[in-house]
Design a protein around this ligand. Structure first.
Ligand code: ADP
Ligand code: MG
Length: 367
């Protein structure tokens, strides 16, 4: 999809900005991009405030990489506009080439130049006569001071990634774009490297847009998460908002475990098998109550008239347990709680809501 030449042209030509820091926002409006019959980006709007780490989260093939490439200028949109900072970089009449967009890109495979050492890779982004002091400065920023003379193959995966990040940061771009930056690291490393990258992006005070299909990664790393499906943004908000108040059932299920109870709404309340829960005022009639397992608490049966359930299945994970329950009348729910006491199939328990739930119309607006 992308030749090394394109990478070289991009990293070499990002300008070294001397002007003062303008408030930086990346803004996409009504973006469309098709490849033949495939609508990769299908009427997409997105905004990212200055200084934020944004995550673009969605399943494989939903158009995440295409969107990053549109923002970077490696692709032209069929329709719509893109602004970076104060400048419109792409619309019906304008197309600013990648090297003049003040963006830095960290590619999924890092795309380091194998024949150049670390300092050479980073310096490449600064043009023909790279400022050695700036190279040292960004290498220190990413924690690679002293490794400038190494070749990429002499570094660990995590270190290679930091070289790629240093290269992207060297010209002080307005925006850093990272495409699945942790997918090449093994699970044990990933957690640590995520934390490091977050600290580096914060220290560099740069706005970043990170693409991932990994829910945990998006939720734990980003200030704002845009959930993408089939070329569109389904919901954008803080990690807490998209996880705790999903816009629809698909978003809820994509971000984690969810169970659904049918309900009936009116006057800001929905009734379901677990009683009455707050609902949006404008909802009336059949609804779905979306419930995360950690919002369901279980305990010994009392005589306080609370809802009774039978344990169907229980899985122990050490730090917690997941208990599948059957309510009277048949609906099933899962409850996640600390790993003790240990419940067993057949146990009769009381169930109560102990956390937020989301009420959405029974007929989803998206199919
Ligand atoms: P993601 O990064 O979310 O996995 P992509 O943006 O890579 O998704 O791809 C979105 C859709 O567009 C997919 O169906 C993919 O096959 C298609 N696509 C992406 N790039 C091209 C291309 N250069 N030519 C043809 N189809 C493409
Ligand atoms: Mg991709």
């Amino acid at each position: 999809m992308r030749g090394m030449d394109a990478v070289a042209a991009h990293v070499a030509a990002c300008p070294i900005s001397a002007e003062g820091e303008a408030p930086i926002v990346v803004s996409c409006r009504g973006l469309y991009k098709s490849f033949g019959d495939v609508r990769a980006v299908d009427g997409l709007d997105l905004e990212l405030p200055s200084g934020a780490i944004g995550a673009l989260l969605g399943p494989s093939g939903c158009g995440k990489t295409t969107l990053l490439r549109l923002i970077a200028g490696f692709e032209r949109p069929d329709e719509g506009s893109i602004a970076i900072g104060d400048a419109t970089v792409s619309d019906g009449s304008r197309f600013v080439p990648p090297e003049r967009r003040r963006t830095g890109m960290v590619f999924q495979d890092y795309a380091l130049f194998p024949h150049l050492d670390v300092a050479g890779n980073v310096g490449y982004a600064l043009g023909r006569r790279p400022d050695a002091a700036r190279v040292r400065e960004v290498l220190a920023l990413v924690g690679l001071e002293g490794l400038g003379a190494r070749r990429p193959h002499e570094l660990s995966g995590g270190q290679q990634q930091r070289v790629a990040l240093a290269r992207a940061l060297a010209p002080t771009p307005a925006l850093i774009l990272l495409d699945e930056p942790f997918s090449n690291l093994d699970a044990a490393l990933r957690d640590r490297v995520r934390g490091e990258v977050r600290s580096i992006l914060r220290a560099a005070r740069v706005t970043a847009l990170l693409v991932t299909h990994d829910q945990e990664e998006a939720l734990s790393l980003a200030d704002t998460v845009a959930v993408m499906r089939a070329g569109r943004i389904e919901q954008a908000g803080t990690p807490e908002e998209v996880y705790g108040s999903p816009a629809n059932r698909w978003v809820g299920e994509f971000l984690g475990e969810i169970d659904v109870l049918p309900g009936e709404a009116g006057a800001g309340v929905a009734s379901c098998a677990l009683g009455r829960v707050p609902a949006p005022r404008d909802l009336t009639g059949p609804v779905e109550v979306l419930i995360r397992p950690e919002s369901i608490a279980v305990g010994m049966l009392g005589d306080d008239g609370e809802h009774e359930a039978i344990v169907v299945e229980r899985t122990f994970y050490g730090h917690d347990q997941l208990v599948t329950l059957e309510l009277r009348g048949g609906p099933r729910l899962r409850s996640r709680s600390v790993g003790f006491p240990s419940w067993h199939p057949g146990d009769r328990l009381r169930v109560r809501l102990a956390g937020p739930v989301t009420v959405v119309p029974a007929k989803p607006t998206h199919s």
